[in-house]
Write a protein that binds this ligand. Structure first.
Ligand code: AMP
Ligand code: MG
Length: 522
């Protein structure tokens, strides 16, 4: 028997929607609507995260029970669960979009563990809710695998993120027009159970603010501070200011991690920004192969590239500005909110300097180091060099061997185009010379390697790797997913025998759907 202890603070302390029907509607004056998962034909557990099972004090054996498949497939509830869909709005692609809400996410309840941790369990793809608008509330296997794998990969990379407990096949088909080109087709359906201390988003606060409902706005803020930020001190406006500043700081730290590991979220709308500063809502995200600040994985964003890799720090700032605007009615003085936004800038700049120090293995930050990093990034972009392979090759190259680095197999391997490698070799040698001068008198060999290995992963969830696992799973073989999950548990360690998972994107994957660009269809 699954044994979990629930304390459902969200539904207990915040106003719910009196209407309990499933019909799509505008929900005023309420933070959530009661809704049950819609049962599925044949729920089957495909994969689970051993770490997340342990955090919830579940036994791995539990994942093999009928009851586990039933609960996380949405066919039954455990005692203490009170399922609901949350109400929120958001700015999408720069425009206020009004009410959005959990259209296909259903929270089951908040588990409180013996260690005092609070984990909200949420099924994604468990059927329609009052917020489903014209969609079906379901999710396809490919997007569920992507969310499941990436949540856990990000966790192991040390990037703040929501987690994933398990991946369940529904035994039902879902119809999707994958390329938005008028060719809808059935695909296997699946449900991910994702987990976080809170799924509140910037948009959770924007929605009541947009409706002039300052009462509900204040209630949400007080609730969020009380439940999710118990360490904050003070009261009234001072407490609200400290809270907003902390959100800004955490957001800066999160985005700096994305830039460090080469993660591109793809849809940084304000409804996809966690109030806890966690990476949330894994949709058409992607990983940088060749270093390109202008790259976006999202086909919907291909023209304007609002959410391109290099734009993420600025977009997060813009999103915090929307949150500040929503919170303004709670402040007599806008200066507190401005101070919070400045804290974002300061925290981001600090984290960016730390990234430079760690990625380059420096003893500390000095004037000129950011320029050194920037000139490297320009070279990487111009010469089409793999970000992950290059930084790892640099980490493995001793300071006194840098002048020969360009002839070294690990460096050669990082280039996608041999002509560009030859053409840029002199510029790279020049840069490596500057770098080796900078390293003089710094960390010793072992310290430098350790620092760089901890900041420059060997393994990231490259788009083509995820797609290969998806293709296998679609043919009925889930082992590719488990294998990737296993590799991504230790992304900073060299794993002998698993070199293929560190390989640069193969040529066939360059323009293949799922491996380079993704639509929002999921
Ligand atoms: P996203 O782009 O995934 O953040 O989704 C934006 C909004 O659309 C959210 O309110 C989602 O809940 C909703 N949504 C996305 N896909 C579906 C779906 N298949 N069924 C119902 N609602 C959906
Ligand atoms: Mg979303």
């Amino acid at each position: 028997m699954l044994d979990l202890n629930f304390d459902n603070a969200f539904v207990r302390d915040l106003p719910g929607d009196p209407d309990t029907s499933v019909g799509v509607r505008q929900v005023d004056g309420a933070a959530w609507s009661e809704v049950r998962p819609t049962p599925v034909r044949a729920p089957r557990v495909l994969a689970y995260s051993a770490e997340m099972m342990a955090r919830l004090v579940l036994d791995e054996e539990d994942a093999r029970t009928r009851q586990f498949a039933d609960v996380f497939g949405g066919n039954s509830l455990l005692a203490g669960m009170q399922p609901y869909a949350a109400n929120y709005g958001g700015h999408q692609f720069g425009h206020w979009a009004g009410q959005l809400g959990d259209g296909r996410a259903i929270s089951l309840g908040e588990v409180v563990t013996g260690a005092g941790e609070r984990w909200e369990l949420q099924l994604k793809g468990a059927g329609p809710t009052p917020y489903s608008r014209s969609a079906d509330g379901r999710a396809v296997l490919r997007s569920s695998i992507r969310e499941f794998l990436c949540s856990e990969a990000m966790y192991h990379l040390g990037v703040p993120t929501t987690r994933a407990l398990c991946l369940v096949a529904t035994g039902e088909q879902v119809v999707r027009d994958m390329f938005y080109d008028g060719h809808p087709a059935p695909e296997p359906g699946a449900i991910v159970c994702r987990v976080a201390p809170s799924f509140l988003r910037f948009g959770s606060f924007e929605l009541p603010a947009s409706r002039g409902d300052t009462g509900l706005l204040r209630q949400l803020v007080d609730f969020c501070i009380g439940r999710d930020f118990p360490e904050l001190e003070g009261s009234g406006e001072g407490l609200y200011a400290a809270w907003f500043t902390e959100i800004c700081r955490r957001t800066a730290v999160m985005v700096a991690h994305w830039m460090r590991v080469g993660f591109v979220h793809g849809v940084l709308n304000t409804d996809n920004m966690s109030i806890l500063g966690l990476t949330i809502d894994y949709g058409p995200y992607g990983w940088i192969d060749n270093f390109d600040p202008g790259w976006t994985p999202n086909t919907t964003d291909a023209r304007r590239k609002r959410y391109r890799f290099g734009q993420q720090p600025a977009v997060a700032y813009w999103n915090l500005g929307r949150l500040a605007g929503a919170l303004a009615p709670l402040f007599k003085e806008p200066s507190a909110l401005q101070a919070g936004l400045q804290a974002y800038v300061d925290a981001y700049n600090q984290a960016d300097r730390d990234n430079t120090v760690h990625k380059l293995g420096l003893a500390g930050y000095r004037e000129g180091d950011s320029a050194l990093m920037q000139s490297l990034q320009e070279l990487l972009a111009d010469a089409e060099v793999d970000m992950t392979l290059f930084f790892r090759a640099l980490s493995d190259c001793d300071a006194d061997a840098l002048n020969e680095a360009m002839d070294n197999a690990a460096f050669i391997d990082a280039f996608y185009d041999a002509d560009k490698r030859v053409a840029s070799a002199a510029a790279f040698r020049e840069w490596l010379k500057r770098y080796s001068v900078r390293l003089r008198g710094g960390l010793n060999r072992e310290e430098r390697r350790r620092t760089m290995h901890a900041a420059n992963p060997r393994y990231v969830l490259r788009n083509y790797l995820a797609q290969q696992a998806i293709d296998r799973a679609t043919r009925g073989d889930i082992e590719g997913v488990n294998e990737l999950l296993e590799v991504m548990r230790r992304p900073y360690e060299d794993q002998p025998g698993r070199e293929q998972f560190a390989a640069r994107r193969p040529d066939w994957a360059r323009d293949k759907a799922g491996c380079s660009m993704l639509s929002c269809s999921s």
